[in-house]
Design a binder for this molecule. Structure first.
Ligand code: TRP
Length: 331
């Protein structure tokens, strides 16, 4: 069976973009593959050396992963910092990662620009840490977006280099993975292309948002003056709210407003009211589950324990084998 692995940096509440971009697929994948899903809290330190509420943010992602339907028995759902073997593999991989290739990495160049006051070695070696995440379970498939493809390419490079150096065929080559489905791109509400946490106030609908909050955000969604010519193409901001409606509303609802647009009779206020109602209904089950799970300390810590144990077992095996390959032997 294929081993699938994915990591997410703990930024607190997840939004609908996270859900449709990845999470809903993970829920499917766990029925077909050997899945590892983890929260990359080591990685947080590269940008936030003293993160505000690290534990709270990690907990929120864990709770929301569980609420969305990830099953700690089916998948291995864990927190990176609870599996210190990852750090050991990171150390070994760093010995064979070259400054030049790390400096050429696009995400490193971006980060230098974003935080010139803190160009730390962890930023430079972000790709080796990510490679350690993937190689520690010898994963074959990594569901990643475009922005992570270079990191995945570097992971293959590091794994192959290790294999060549020690003349073994140990690490497989991990490939990008979409689980056969086209990922649904979720637009933001304030006219920007993508739903995202850092895309501005009111842009994202969080899975944990209360109905009133959702209603307010949707009613404030950016629109334009309305169509003046029949069947005219929708500008991006209008595409955005239609795209959201396509995802959360019934097809008849979508078709109705599409028709109103095409005949220049649309009233965006009515459309947004409907979108808000459907959005609230769509998110309701997850919102309720998030609340229930979050309030159940035992359930959360038990889920974390199961994940930690399973991840540790797999990681410890790899480290044992890697140590032997390198030549560290017990005395
Ligand atoms: N770098 C990824 C991101 O920015 C998070 C991540 C860390 C990851 N380690 C990983 C993703 C391993 C996939 C596999 O989103």
């Amino acid at each position: 069976m294929e081993t699938v692995l994915s990591g997410i940096r703990p930024t607190g509440n997840l939004h609908l973009g996270n859900y449709f971009g990845a999470l809903s697929n993970f829920v499917e994948m766990q029925n077909h593959h050997n899945c590892y899903f983890f929260i990359a809290d080591f990685h947080s330190l590269t940008t936030h050396p003293t993160p505000g509420d690290l534990h709270g943010n990690v907990r929120q992602v864990l709770v929301e992963y569980l609420a969305a339907g990830l099953d700690p028995e089916k998948s291995t759902l864990y927190i990176q910092s609870e599996v210190p073997e990852v750090a050991e593999l990171y150390l070994y991989l760093n010995m064979n990662a070259y400054i030049g290739e790390l400096e050429r990495c696009t995400s490193f160049k971006d980060k230098i620009r974003q935080q010139p006051q803190n160009v730390n070695a962890g930023l430079l070696t972000y790709p080796t840490l990510m490679a350690a995440d993937i190689l520690i379970h010898r994963a074959n498939k990594v569901p990643v977006g475009k922005d992570q493809e270079q990191h995945l390419e570097m992971t293959r490079q590091f794994g192959n280099r290790f294999n060549r150096m020690y003349n073994v065929d140990y690490f497989p080559e991990p490939q990008a993975f979409n689980f056969g489905k086209e990922l649904v791109k979720i637009p933001g509400l304030n006219g920007t292309g993508k739903m995202g946490k850092s895309e501005g106030e009111g842009n994202a609908i969080f899975l944990s948002d209360e109905p009133e909050v959702i209603r307010k955000k949707v009613m404030k969604a950016v629109t334009d003056g309305g169509p003046t010519i029949q069947n005219q193409e929708k500008p991006d901001v209008i595409q955005n709210i239609f795209q959201l409606m396509k995802v959360v509303s019934a097809p008849e609802t979508y078709n109705f407003f599409d028709e109103m647009y095409n005949t220049c009779q649309i009233r965006y206020g009515d459309m947004k009211k409907q979108l808000a109602v459907d959005m609230i209904a769509f998110t309701e089950p997850m919102r309720e589950k998030i609340k229930a799970i979050s309030a159940d300390e035992k359930y959360v810590s038990n889920a974390a324990r199961i994940g930690r144990e399973k991840a540790h077992e797999s990681a410890a095996k790899t480290i044992r084998e890697v140590r032997e390959i390198i030549g560290f032997k017990p005395f």
